[in-house]
Write a protein that binds this ligand. Structure first.
Ligand SMILES: *Cc1c(COP(=O)(O)O)cnc(C)c1O
Length: 423
Protein backbone atom coordinates (compact mmCIF):
# COMPACT_ATOMS: atom_id res chain seq x y z
CA UNK A 1 0.00 0.00 0.00
CA UNK A 2 2.98 2.33 0.23
CA UNK A 3 5.48 3.56 -2.28
CA UNK A 4 8.30 3.77 0.22
CA UNK A 5 10.85 1.01 0.06
CA UNK A 6 10.93 0.51 3.80
CA UNK A 7 7.80 -0.95 5.35
CA UNK A 8 6.38 1.18 8.15
CA UNK A 9 6.56 -0.26 11.64
CA UNK A 10 4.75 2.10 13.99
CA UNK A 11 1.09 3.01 13.79
CA UNK A 12 1.99 6.65 13.17
CA UNK A 13 4.21 5.67 10.23
CA UNK A 14 1.51 3.51 8.74
CA UNK A 15 -1.02 6.34 9.00
CA UNK A 16 1.39 8.88 7.56
CA UNK A 17 1.94 6.69 4.50
CA UNK A 18 -1.68 5.61 4.08
CA UNK A 19 -2.94 6.75 0.67
CA UNK A 20 -6.55 6.32 1.87
CA UNK A 21 -6.13 8.44 5.02
CA UNK A 22 -7.82 11.45 3.44
CA UNK A 23 -11.16 9.63 3.15
CA UNK A 24 -11.64 9.63 6.92
CA UNK A 25 -12.71 13.28 6.73
CA UNK A 26 -15.51 12.29 4.36
CA UNK A 27 -17.34 10.52 7.19
CA UNK A 28 -19.10 11.67 10.33
CA UNK A 29 -17.30 9.95 13.20
CA UNK A 30 -19.60 9.61 16.26
CA UNK A 31 -18.38 11.51 19.29
CA UNK A 32 -17.87 10.57 22.91
CA UNK A 33 -19.44 12.62 25.70
CA UNK A 34 -16.31 14.76 25.97
CA UNK A 35 -16.56 15.70 22.29
CA UNK A 36 -13.63 13.60 21.06
CA UNK A 37 -14.22 11.05 18.29
CA UNK A 38 -15.03 7.47 19.21
CA UNK A 39 -12.80 4.69 18.00
CA UNK A 40 -15.48 3.21 15.77
CA UNK A 41 -14.81 -0.47 15.07
CA UNK A 42 -18.41 -1.45 14.25
CA UNK A 43 -18.55 -0.56 10.57
CA UNK A 44 -19.32 -4.29 10.12
CA UNK A 45 -22.64 -3.65 11.86
CA UNK A 46 -23.56 -0.12 10.80
CA UNK A 47 -21.21 1.77 8.51
CA UNK A 48 -20.67 5.47 9.18
CA UNK A 49 -22.49 8.28 7.42
CA UNK A 50 -20.62 9.89 4.52
CA UNK A 51 -20.58 13.69 4.77
CA UNK A 52 -22.07 13.82 1.29
CA UNK A 53 -25.16 11.78 2.21
CA UNK A 54 -27.18 14.73 3.51
CA UNK A 55 -26.59 16.68 0.31
CA UNK A 56 -27.81 13.87 -1.94
CA UNK A 57 -30.83 13.22 0.26
CA UNK A 58 -31.63 16.92 0.27
CA UNK A 59 -31.41 17.02 -3.48
CA UNK A 60 -34.19 14.44 -3.74
CA UNK A 61 -36.28 16.07 -1.02
CA UNK A 62 -35.96 19.31 -2.94
CA UNK A 63 -36.93 17.61 -6.21
CA UNK A 64 -39.98 16.16 -4.52
CA UNK A 65 -40.89 19.63 -3.12
CA UNK A 66 -40.38 21.43 -6.44
CA UNK A 67 -41.35 18.84 -9.00
CA UNK A 68 -43.85 16.54 -7.34
CA UNK A 69 -44.61 13.62 -9.59
CA UNK A 70 -42.53 15.07 -12.42
CA UNK A 71 -39.44 14.12 -10.37
CA UNK A 72 -39.84 10.65 -11.83
CA UNK A 73 -38.76 11.98 -15.22
CA UNK A 74 -36.87 15.24 -14.62
CA UNK A 75 -34.11 16.55 -12.37
CA UNK A 76 -30.46 15.57 -12.43
CA UNK A 77 -31.24 11.98 -11.45
CA UNK A 78 -34.85 11.11 -12.36
CA UNK A 79 -36.48 8.59 -10.00
CA UNK A 80 -37.77 6.26 -12.70
CA UNK A 81 -34.33 4.92 -13.57
CA UNK A 82 -32.75 5.99 -10.23
CA UNK A 83 -31.60 2.50 -9.21
CA UNK A 84 -29.64 2.32 -12.48
CA UNK A 85 -27.39 5.16 -11.28
CA UNK A 86 -26.04 2.79 -8.61
CA UNK A 87 -25.53 -0.31 -10.70
CA UNK A 88 -22.06 0.18 -12.20
CA UNK A 89 -20.49 1.37 -8.98
CA UNK A 90 -22.03 -1.53 -7.06
CA UNK A 91 -21.15 -4.12 -9.70
CA UNK A 92 -17.56 -2.83 -9.71
CA UNK A 93 -17.26 -3.42 -5.95
CA UNK A 94 -18.38 -7.06 -6.12
CA UNK A 95 -16.64 -7.89 -9.38
CA UNK A 96 -19.79 -8.35 -11.42
CA UNK A 97 -21.13 -7.20 -14.78
CA UNK A 98 -23.69 -4.42 -14.68
CA UNK A 99 -26.46 -6.71 -15.92
CA UNK A 100 -25.84 -9.07 -12.99
CA UNK A 101 -26.53 -6.57 -10.21
CA UNK A 102 -29.54 -4.71 -8.90
CA UNK A 103 -30.15 -2.75 -5.70
CA UNK A 104 -33.59 -3.60 -4.33
CA UNK A 105 -35.53 -4.59 -1.19
CA UNK A 106 -33.43 -5.81 1.72
CA UNK A 107 -31.24 -8.80 2.27
CA UNK A 108 -33.69 -11.37 3.61
CA UNK A 109 -36.38 -10.38 1.10
CA UNK A 110 -33.86 -10.80 -1.72
CA UNK A 111 -32.81 -14.16 -0.32
CA UNK A 112 -36.43 -15.34 -0.53
CA UNK A 113 -36.76 -14.01 -4.08
CA UNK A 114 -33.59 -15.82 -5.08
CA UNK A 115 -34.75 -19.06 -3.48
CA UNK A 116 -38.07 -18.74 -5.28
CA UNK A 117 -36.05 -19.02 -8.48
CA UNK A 118 -33.11 -21.19 -7.46
CA UNK A 119 -34.58 -23.58 -4.91
CA UNK A 120 -36.83 -25.83 -6.95
CA UNK A 121 -36.88 -29.09 -4.98
CA UNK A 122 -38.05 -32.37 -6.47
CA UNK A 123 -38.36 -35.79 -4.84
CA UNK A 124 -34.67 -36.49 -5.13
CA UNK A 125 -32.86 -33.15 -5.15
CA UNK A 126 -34.60 -31.39 -2.28
CA UNK A 127 -32.00 -30.53 0.37
CA UNK A 128 -30.42 -27.22 1.32
CA UNK A 129 -26.99 -27.05 2.92
CA UNK A 130 -26.14 -24.20 5.30
CA UNK A 131 -23.58 -23.75 8.08
CA UNK A 132 -24.52 -24.30 11.70
CA UNK A 133 -23.88 -20.69 12.70
CA UNK A 134 -25.77 -19.17 9.80
CA UNK A 135 -27.23 -15.77 10.66
CA UNK A 136 -30.67 -16.44 12.22
CA UNK A 137 -32.52 -14.62 9.44
CA UNK A 138 -30.89 -16.85 6.82
CA UNK A 139 -31.71 -19.94 8.86
CA UNK A 140 -35.37 -18.89 9.20
CA UNK A 141 -35.59 -18.02 5.51
CA UNK A 142 -34.20 -21.40 4.47
CA UNK A 143 -36.33 -23.43 6.88
CA UNK A 144 -39.45 -21.57 5.87
CA UNK A 145 -38.74 -22.17 2.18
CA UNK A 146 -38.39 -25.88 2.86
CA UNK A 147 -41.71 -25.95 4.74
CA UNK A 148 -43.38 -23.76 2.15
CA UNK A 149 -42.56 -26.43 -0.44
CA UNK A 150 -44.31 -28.95 1.80
CA UNK A 151 -41.05 -30.54 2.95
CA UNK A 152 -39.65 -31.17 6.40
CA UNK A 153 -36.46 -29.39 7.53
CA UNK A 154 -35.55 -32.50 9.55
CA UNK A 155 -35.13 -34.25 6.21
CA UNK A 156 -34.26 -31.42 3.85
CA UNK A 157 -31.96 -29.16 5.87
CA UNK A 158 -28.29 -30.08 6.15
CA UNK A 159 -26.36 -28.08 8.71
CA UNK A 160 -22.56 -28.34 8.56
CA UNK A 161 -20.89 -27.86 11.92
CA UNK A 162 -17.28 -27.18 12.82
CA UNK A 163 -15.36 -30.30 13.89
CA UNK A 164 -15.57 -31.11 17.59
CA UNK A 165 -13.65 -28.53 19.60
CA UNK A 166 -13.28 -26.15 16.65
CA UNK A 167 -14.89 -22.73 16.24
CA UNK A 168 -14.62 -22.40 12.49
CA UNK A 169 -15.40 -24.64 9.55
CA UNK A 170 -12.72 -25.99 7.29
CA UNK A 171 -13.52 -25.49 3.61
CA UNK A 172 -12.47 -29.14 3.08
CA UNK A 173 -15.18 -30.20 5.45
CA UNK A 174 -17.87 -28.27 3.54
CA UNK A 175 -16.59 -29.71 0.27
CA UNK A 176 -16.81 -33.22 1.71
CA UNK A 177 -20.46 -32.73 2.65
CA UNK A 178 -21.29 -31.29 -0.77
CA UNK A 179 -19.75 -34.38 -2.39
CA UNK A 180 -21.46 -36.79 -0.04
CA UNK A 181 -24.92 -35.24 -0.38
CA UNK A 182 -24.72 -34.12 -4.00
CA UNK A 183 -27.43 -36.47 -5.25
CA UNK A 184 -30.00 -34.99 -2.91
CA UNK A 185 -28.72 -31.41 -2.68
CA UNK A 186 -30.79 -28.74 -4.39
CA UNK A 187 -29.03 -25.69 -2.98
CA UNK A 188 -25.98 -24.62 -1.00
CA UNK A 189 -26.22 -21.30 0.83
CA UNK A 190 -23.11 -20.00 2.54
CA UNK A 191 -21.71 -16.68 3.75
CA UNK A 192 -18.88 -14.77 2.08
CA UNK A 193 -17.72 -13.79 5.56
CA UNK A 194 -19.11 -15.59 8.61
CA UNK A 195 -20.64 -12.84 10.76
CA UNK A 196 -19.64 -14.28 14.14
CA UNK A 197 -16.13 -15.53 13.51
CA UNK A 198 -15.14 -13.19 10.68
CA UNK A 199 -13.98 -16.25 8.71
CA UNK A 200 -13.75 -15.66 4.97
CA UNK A 201 -15.24 -18.44 2.84
CA UNK A 202 -13.64 -19.48 -0.42
CA UNK A 203 -16.45 -18.50 -2.79
CA UNK A 204 -14.64 -19.62 -5.91
CA UNK A 205 -13.68 -23.06 -4.63
CA UNK A 206 -17.09 -23.77 -3.10
CA UNK A 207 -18.84 -22.65 -6.26
CA UNK A 208 -16.65 -24.88 -8.44
CA UNK A 209 -17.29 -27.79 -6.15
CA UNK A 210 -21.07 -27.32 -6.06
CA UNK A 211 -21.29 -26.86 -9.83
CA UNK A 212 -19.07 -29.85 -10.46
CA UNK A 213 -21.76 -31.89 -8.71
CA UNK A 214 -24.65 -30.17 -10.41
CA UNK A 215 -25.69 -28.25 -7.31
CA UNK A 216 -26.90 -24.63 -7.27
CA UNK A 217 -25.02 -22.31 -4.90
CA UNK A 218 -25.78 -18.86 -3.52
CA UNK A 219 -23.93 -16.60 -1.10
CA UNK A 220 -24.94 -14.22 1.64
CA UNK A 221 -22.46 -11.37 1.28
CA UNK A 222 -23.76 -9.19 4.14
CA UNK A 223 -20.27 -9.04 5.67
CA UNK A 224 -18.37 -9.36 2.41
CA UNK A 225 -19.74 -6.54 0.25
CA UNK A 226 -17.50 -3.50 0.65
CA UNK A 227 -15.09 -5.61 2.70
CA UNK A 228 -13.59 -8.23 0.35
CA UNK A 229 -12.19 -8.06 -3.12
CA UNK A 230 -14.53 -10.32 -5.08
CA UNK A 231 -14.94 -11.47 -8.67
CA UNK A 232 -18.50 -12.74 -8.69
CA UNK A 233 -18.82 -12.85 -12.45
CA UNK A 234 -15.72 -15.02 -12.86
CA UNK A 235 -16.41 -17.09 -9.77
CA UNK A 236 -19.87 -17.86 -11.13
CA UNK A 237 -22.05 -18.48 -8.08
CA UNK A 238 -25.68 -18.70 -9.18
CA UNK A 239 -26.78 -15.80 -7.00
CA UNK A 240 -25.75 -13.61 -4.08
CA UNK A 241 -27.45 -11.13 -1.76
CA UNK A 242 -26.15 -8.46 0.59
CA UNK A 243 -27.18 -5.44 2.59
CA UNK A 244 -25.87 -1.90 2.17
CA UNK A 245 -25.79 -0.65 5.75
CA UNK A 246 -22.73 -2.55 6.97
CA UNK A 247 -19.46 -1.94 5.11
CA UNK A 248 -21.34 -0.12 2.35
CA UNK A 249 -22.40 2.79 4.60
CA UNK A 250 -25.87 3.13 3.05
CA UNK A 251 -27.57 4.00 6.35
CA UNK A 252 -29.77 2.03 8.76
CA UNK A 253 -32.12 -0.38 7.00
CA UNK A 254 -30.99 0.80 3.59
CA UNK A 255 -31.76 -1.04 0.34
CA UNK A 256 -29.99 -4.37 -0.31
CA UNK A 257 -28.07 -5.74 -3.26
CA UNK A 258 -28.66 -8.77 -5.41
CA UNK A 259 -26.46 -10.62 -7.91
CA UNK A 260 -27.78 -13.07 -10.48
CA UNK A 261 -25.08 -14.57 -12.67
CA UNK A 262 -25.39 -13.52 -16.29
CA UNK A 263 -26.17 -17.02 -17.51
CA UNK A 264 -29.35 -16.92 -15.42
CA UNK A 265 -30.04 -13.18 -15.46
CA UNK A 266 -30.60 -13.23 -19.22
CA UNK A 267 -32.94 -16.22 -18.98
CA UNK A 268 -36.43 -14.74 -18.93
CA UNK A 269 -37.96 -18.21 -18.69
CA UNK A 270 -36.77 -18.78 -15.14
CA UNK A 271 -39.63 -19.03 -12.66
CA UNK A 272 -39.74 -16.11 -10.25
CA UNK A 273 -41.98 -14.04 -8.05
CA UNK A 274 -42.75 -11.05 -10.22
CA UNK A 275 -43.67 -7.40 -9.85
CA UNK A 276 -44.10 -4.48 -12.23
CA UNK A 277 -40.59 -3.06 -11.70
CA UNK A 278 -39.12 -6.25 -13.14
CA UNK A 279 -41.16 -5.84 -16.31
CA UNK A 280 -39.65 -4.68 -19.61
CA UNK A 281 -39.12 -0.93 -19.29
CA UNK A 282 -40.48 0.05 -22.70
CA UNK A 283 -43.85 -1.55 -22.14
CA UNK A 284 -44.12 -1.29 -18.34
CA UNK A 285 -46.54 1.61 -18.43
CA UNK A 286 -48.84 0.03 -20.96
CA UNK A 287 -50.06 -1.78 -17.88
CA UNK A 288 -50.70 -5.04 -19.67
CA UNK A 289 -51.04 -8.31 -17.85
CA UNK A 290 -48.43 -10.44 -19.60
CA UNK A 291 -45.21 -10.26 -17.57
CA UNK A 292 -42.09 -9.78 -19.69
CA UNK A 293 -39.06 -9.82 -17.40
CA UNK A 294 -36.11 -7.49 -18.03
CA UNK A 295 -33.31 -9.84 -19.20
CA UNK A 296 -30.93 -8.76 -16.42
CA UNK A 297 -30.88 -8.95 -12.62
CA UNK A 298 -33.41 -6.10 -12.77
CA UNK A 299 -35.96 -8.67 -13.88
CA UNK A 300 -36.30 -9.74 -10.24
CA UNK A 301 -37.38 -6.27 -9.03
CA UNK A 302 -40.83 -6.05 -7.55
CA UNK A 303 -41.57 -2.45 -6.67
CA UNK A 304 -40.41 1.04 -7.45
CA UNK A 305 -37.61 1.52 -4.93
CA UNK A 306 -37.20 3.99 -2.02
CA UNK A 307 -35.32 6.84 -3.67
CA UNK A 308 -34.10 8.44 -0.43
CA UNK A 309 -32.39 5.22 0.57
CA UNK A 310 -30.84 4.82 -2.88
CA UNK A 311 -29.59 8.42 -2.72
CA UNK A 312 -27.78 7.61 0.53
CA UNK A 313 -26.16 4.56 -1.04
CA UNK A 314 -25.08 6.64 -4.03
CA UNK A 315 -23.24 9.00 -1.68
CA UNK A 316 -21.29 6.09 -0.23
CA UNK A 317 -20.61 4.32 -3.52
CA UNK A 318 -19.12 7.57 -4.75
CA UNK A 319 -16.59 7.49 -1.90
CA UNK A 320 -15.69 3.90 -2.77
CA UNK A 321 -15.25 4.87 -6.41
CA UNK A 322 -12.94 7.77 -5.62
CA UNK A 323 -10.95 5.56 -3.24
CA UNK A 324 -10.24 3.29 -6.23
CA UNK A 325 -12.60 0.41 -5.41
CA UNK A 326 -11.77 -2.74 -3.44
CA UNK A 327 -8.15 -3.17 -4.54
CA UNK A 328 -6.57 -0.42 -2.39
CA UNK A 329 -9.11 -0.98 0.38
CA UNK A 330 -8.32 -4.68 0.57
CA UNK A 331 -4.60 -3.89 0.68
CA UNK A 332 -5.09 -1.53 3.59
CA UNK A 333 -7.28 -4.11 5.33
CA UNK A 334 -4.48 -6.68 5.05
CA UNK A 335 -2.01 -4.27 6.56
CA UNK A 336 -4.40 -3.21 9.34
CA UNK A 337 -5.38 -6.70 10.42
CA UNK A 338 -1.76 -7.91 10.36
CA UNK A 339 -0.80 -4.97 12.53
CA UNK A 340 -3.78 -5.64 14.84
CA UNK A 341 -2.97 -9.34 15.13
CA UNK A 342 0.67 -8.64 15.89
CA UNK A 343 -0.17 -6.24 18.74
CA UNK A 344 -2.72 -8.66 20.20
CA UNK A 345 -0.24 -11.54 20.05
CA UNK A 346 2.52 -9.51 21.63
CA UNK A 347 0.52 -7.85 24.36
CA UNK A 348 -2.58 -9.90 25.12
CA UNK A 349 -1.80 -13.56 24.60
CA UNK A 350 -3.49 -15.73 27.23
CA UNK A 351 -6.18 -13.07 27.63
CA UNK A 352 -7.57 -12.64 24.16
CA UNK A 353 -7.83 -15.39 21.61
CA UNK A 354 -8.39 -14.36 17.99
CA UNK A 355 -10.94 -16.81 16.60
CA UNK A 356 -10.89 -15.34 13.09
CA UNK A 357 -8.69 -17.45 10.79
CA UNK A 358 -6.06 -15.52 8.80
CA UNK A 359 -7.79 -14.06 5.78
CA UNK A 360 -8.60 -10.95 3.81
CA UNK A 361 -11.56 -9.52 5.80
CA UNK A 362 -11.31 -6.60 8.25
CA UNK A 363 -13.19 -8.09 11.20
CA UNK A 364 -11.35 -9.80 14.04
CA UNK A 365 -13.48 -11.73 16.53
CA UNK A 366 -11.81 -11.66 19.91
CA UNK A 367 -12.65 -14.24 22.53
CA UNK A 368 -11.93 -13.17 26.08
CA UNK A 369 -10.22 -16.08 27.86
CA UNK A 370 -8.86 -14.37 30.98
CA UNK A 371 -10.25 -16.16 34.07
CA UNK A 372 -10.10 -12.94 36.10
CA UNK A 373 -12.40 -10.78 33.98
CA UNK A 374 -15.40 -11.68 31.86
CA UNK A 375 -15.88 -10.74 28.23
CA UNK A 376 -18.92 -8.73 29.23
CA UNK A 377 -16.90 -6.63 31.65
CA UNK A 378 -14.21 -5.99 29.07
CA UNK A 379 -16.83 -4.91 26.55
CA UNK A 380 -18.44 -2.53 29.08
CA UNK A 381 -15.10 -0.94 29.87
CA UNK A 382 -14.43 -0.44 26.16
CA UNK A 383 -17.83 1.21 25.71
CA UNK A 384 -17.23 3.56 28.62
CA UNK A 385 -13.94 4.75 27.18
CA UNK A 386 -15.23 5.47 23.67
CA UNK A 387 -14.25 2.26 21.86
CA UNK A 388 -17.23 1.07 19.83
CA UNK A 389 -17.21 -2.68 19.21
CA UNK A 390 -19.95 -5.24 19.27
CA UNK A 391 -20.74 -8.13 21.46
CA UNK A 392 -21.70 -11.70 20.69
CA UNK A 393 -22.65 -14.16 23.39
CA UNK A 394 -21.05 -15.78 25.26
CA UNK A 395 -17.62 -14.09 25.25
CA UNK A 396 -16.79 -12.62 21.85
CA UNK A 397 -16.01 -9.00 21.02
CA UNK A 398 -16.04 -8.21 17.31
CA UNK A 399 -13.76 -5.41 16.19
CA UNK A 400 -13.63 -4.28 12.58
CA UNK A 401 -11.18 -1.54 11.59
CA UNK A 402 -12.58 -0.29 8.30
CA UNK A 403 -10.08 0.93 5.69
CA UNK A 404 -12.15 3.93 4.54
CA UNK A 405 -12.23 5.67 7.89
CA UNK A 406 -10.21 3.86 10.55
CA UNK A 407 -6.56 4.48 11.39
CA UNK A 408 -3.66 2.32 12.51
CA UNK A 409 -3.28 4.59 15.53
CA UNK A 410 -6.83 3.72 16.58
CA UNK A 411 -5.85 0.05 16.56
CA UNK A 412 -2.89 0.87 18.75
CA UNK A 413 -5.06 2.86 21.17
CA UNK A 414 -7.59 0.03 21.24
CA UNK A 415 -4.93 -2.50 22.22
CA UNK A 416 -3.46 -0.09 24.78
CA UNK A 417 -6.92 0.26 26.31
CA UNK A 418 -7.41 -3.49 26.42
CA UNK A 419 -4.07 -3.91 28.19
CA UNK A 420 -5.21 -1.38 30.81
CA UNK A 421 -8.57 -3.10 31.24
CA UNK A 422 -6.95 -6.48 31.82
CA UNK A 423 -4.69 -4.72 34.34
C1 LIG B 1 -26.83 -8.30 8.65
C2 LIG B 1 -27.21 -9.61 8.13
C3 LIG B 1 -28.53 -9.87 7.73
C4 LIG B 1 -29.60 -8.83 7.89
O1 LIG B 1 -30.72 -9.07 7.11
P1 LIG B 1 -31.74 -7.91 6.71
O2 LIG B 1 -32.70 -8.62 5.88
O3 LIG B 1 -30.96 -6.83 6.03
O4 LIG B 1 -32.33 -7.38 7.99
C5 LIG B 1 -28.81 -11.13 7.19
N1 LIG B 1 -27.87 -12.07 7.08
C6 LIG B 1 -26.58 -11.85 7.48
C7 LIG B 1 -25.56 -12.92 7.33
C8 LIG B 1 -26.24 -10.62 8.02
O5 LIG B 1 -24.99 -10.41 8.45
Amino acid sequence: MTNSTQAPTTAAEWDALDPLAKFRSEFHIPLQDDGSPQVYFVGNSLGLQPVKTAELLNEELENWRRLGVRGHFTGRFPWMPYHEFLTSAMAFLVGARDEEVVMMNSLTANLHLMMATFYRPDDRKRKILIESHAFPSDHYAVESQIRWHGLDPRDALIVVEPEYGQTTLEMDQVVKVIRREANELALVLLPGVQYYTGQVFDIERLTDEAHHHGVTIGFDLAHAAGNLRMHLHQWRPDFAVWCSYKYLNGGPGSVGGCFVHKRHAANTNLPRLAGWWGHDKQSRFRMETVFEPIPTAEGWQLSNPPILSLAAIRASLDVFRRAGGMEPLADKTRAMTSFFRKLLRERLSGRIEIITPEGPGCQLSLRVIDPKISGRQVKEQLDLSGFATDWREPNVIRAAPVPLYNQFQEIERFVNRLVEIFG
